[in-house]
Each structure stands twice: as structure tokens, then as C-alpha cells.
Design a protein around this ligand. Structure first.
Ligand code: FO1
Length: 324
């Protein structure tokens, strides 16, 4: 069996870690392969290095190397380079890159500079973290450099900042007017992305941010059409519980696009291809688009076991909808 998942940052990575745990614990599912299509809208160039936070969060989480408390970056990390850059007055001081994490960005930037595509670089990094051995292929949504920018209207009037500046420095507290993904007009899906969606048995949408993670992936030409056309049921997991994001600032992102922060309204964003929607038991009475099968259960990914149960429930719903 083959499962394809579209993933953003921490929520996506934790869900995928749960999915792998579920597959590895279920004898009948053990041969399942998983393709992850990762968001690259969060990418940023800092100190001349290309940083891909969402891809790295998936790599480190599946490679058992993530800082579990913060959900991103490496465990047992030190910050000597970051501190030295601060002493030198080299901005930005608000974005912390650890020393081990710097290694990833140096290798990635070196390989990109040698002419490798982001897909090829990501495959090398995935090897480092043992993903292929676990049946996982991690693909960036596109090899074209893209960056999400956030249009704000504060102080000097409308101006745009990089997504990371809004998310990390401003903590999404300044209302976003809109999101603009620079480079998206030229972006084409990375090799294998459309095939992975078209040939999947089930497509999963983890509880990732519906606007700046899943929404950005859906903006790459051809991906939305592939989801509409695939024979695989597309099943999603709500990133909201009782109208609040489990983590992150999905509510602020939904406000910017004028969508109410409810589990049902997030499902409506996917109504042209969604077949199944898993919500928290607190949202069991939410209204979903016609034709979407709604299921409810606890959705807090408090540990790997909880995430495995949630991923297992999403996969079971997909298999049921596929008649398998
Ligand atoms: N998030 C923060 O809140 N503060 C940081 O300093 C920070 C640094 C960072 C470095 C590498 C990386 O891969 C992720 C990092 N994140 C940081 C997380 C990141 O900003 C976001 O959580 C994602 O981009 C949203 O999916």
C-alpha cells in the first residue's frame, strides 16, 4: 500500500511520526510506503544559507533527533554560532539556529550551489536520518525557490515581511492583511509529487496549518488538480480543537483570509477533493461540506502513542472510504 501525505511544520511532523509508529506496529500494514510532500513556503535565506524549516522538522522528527519540547530544531543543541553572530551584530537575532542545525543548512546550501535540486538535496538529508529505510520518501512541494511573505498594515502603512519574521519575531500578533507566496507563479511540482498523489491508495492531510502550510502546497500548479483527480480518498485531520489551533497561529492565518476558525470551515477549504475529515470530540457537531464523512476522536498528540492512534484513525477512515 502507498500513502501520500502533505505536511507543514510541527503538527505535520508529529502526525507522520505517529503514522510510522502505527504502520510499524501493524503487521498487515508493515510494507506500506509513505511519500511526504513538504511545504517550502516557510523557507528563508539567512547568513547566505538556505533554511527549510518544515522539511527539517520532518527530517529531525522522523530521525528521532528533534527537540521535542519546542517541536523544531535539534535535540541536545548548542548555540555558539548564533551567539557569536549576535556579538558581531549580524541580524536577525530573533531567529535561533543551533550549531548542529547550521550543519544541515551549510550542507544544503553547498549542494544547491553545486547545482543539485532541492529534491536531490532533501533525498541526501533524508538518507542521513534513515527515512528510506523506513519506507518514507520526503519530497519538497517544488524545487523552485518560493517564500511566503505576509502583508501587514502597521506603523508606516502596508508593507510585507517574510513569513518567519511575522511568525517568530511578531508571534503573529500583528494582523496579517494577506499572504503572498513569492515565486509561486513560476513553481512547478517537484519530480514525483503528482505521481505520488495520483498513485496513492490514501492521501492524508495531517493537522498542519491550512493556510500557510497545506494552503501553500495547494498553490503549486497541478497539485490541487491531482488531488481532485486521484482515485485515493483524501482524508484530513483538523488542526483546530474548539476553534483554537493545537499549536501555532492557524487562527490568525484563517482570519487573514476571512475564514472562521472552526474545524468545519477548515474542511470547506478542501471541499473540492476532501472525502473524510477527522475532528476532535469537542467538534463532533461541526458542519462539513456535503459528501465528506466526518469522524471524531481526541486529537491531542500528547505523545507518540497518541499520535499513532490519531494517524491510525485517519488511515482507517481512508481505507474504509477506498473500500479496502
Ligand atoms: N521558531 C521560533 O519560534 N523561534 C525560532 O527562533 C525558530 C528557529 C527555527 C530554526 C530552524 C527551524 O527549522 C525552525 C525554527 N523555528 C523557530 C520554527 C519555525 O519558525 C516555524 O515553526 C515553522 O516555520 C512553522 O511551520
Amino acid at each position: 500500500m502507498h500513502v501520500t501525505a502533505l505536511a507543514g511544520g510541527v503538527g505535520g511532523a508529529r502526525f507522520l511520526r505517529g503514522l510510522l509508529a502505527h504502520l510499524e506496529r501493524s503487521p498487515e500494514l508493515r510494507d506500506t510506503t509513505v511519500t511526504v510532500v513538504g511545504n517550502t513556503g516557510d523557507d528563508i535565506t539567512l547568513f547566505g544559507l538556505r533554511v527549510c524549516p518544515d522539511l527539517d522538522t520532518v527530517l529531525y522528527t522522523l530521525g528521532s533527533a528533534v527537540n521535542d519540547e519546542q517541536g523544531w530544531g535539534r535535540a541536545d543543541e548548542s548555540y555558539a554560532v548564533h551567539t557569536e553572530l549576535g556579538a558581531l551584530g549580524v541580524p536577525p537575532e530573533w531567529f535561533s539556529l543551533g550549531d548542529k542545525d547550521f550543519g544541515t543548512h551549510i550542507a544544503r546550501s553547498l549542494w544547491l550551489g553545486q547545482g543539485l535540486s532541492l529534491s536531490e538535496v532533501t533525498a541526501r538529508l533524508a538518507q542521513r536520518w534513515g527515512l528510506p529505510q523506513r519506507g518514507v520518501t520526503l519530497l519538497p512541494m517544488t524545487d523552485t525557490p518560493v517564500e511566503t511573505h505576509v502583508v501587514l498594515d502597521e506603523g508606516a502603512g502596508p508593507h510585507a515581511v517574510h513569513f518567519q519574521e511575522w511568525w517568530v519575531r511578531l508571534r503573529a500578533r500583528v494582523p496579517a492583511q494577506r499572504f503572498v507566496v513569492a515565486g509561486m507563479d513560476r513553481a512547478t511540482p517537484a519530480p514525483g509529487v503528482l505521481e505520488a498523489i495520483r498513485s496513492a491508495d490514501v492521501v492524508l492531510l495531517p493537522p498542519s496549518n491550512p493556510v500557510v502550510s497545506i494552503g501553500v502546497i495547494l498553490g503549486v500548479a497541478g497539485i490541487r488538480d491531482a488531488l481532485r483527480g486521484t482515485r485515493a480518498p483524501v482524508v484530513g485531520v483538523s488542526p483546530l480543537v474548539s476553534g483554537r489551533p493545537v499549536r501555532g497561529h492557524a487562527d490568525a492565518c484563517l482570519a487573514a483570509i476571512g475564514v472562521p476558525a472552526t474545524a468545519g470551515d477548515v474542511a470547506s477549504l478542501y471541499s473540492d477533493f476532501l472525502r473524510g475529515w477527522l475532528v476532535d470530540e469537542a467538534d463532533a457537531d461541526t458542519v462539513v461540506p456535503t459528501g465528506v464523512t466526518l469522524r471524531s476522536r481526541g486529537l491531542l498528540m500528547t505523545d507518540v502513542d497518541a499520535a499513532a492512534a490519531i494517524a491510525g484513525a485517519a488511515l482507517s477512515l481512508g481505507l474504509e472510504l477506498a473500500g479496502k
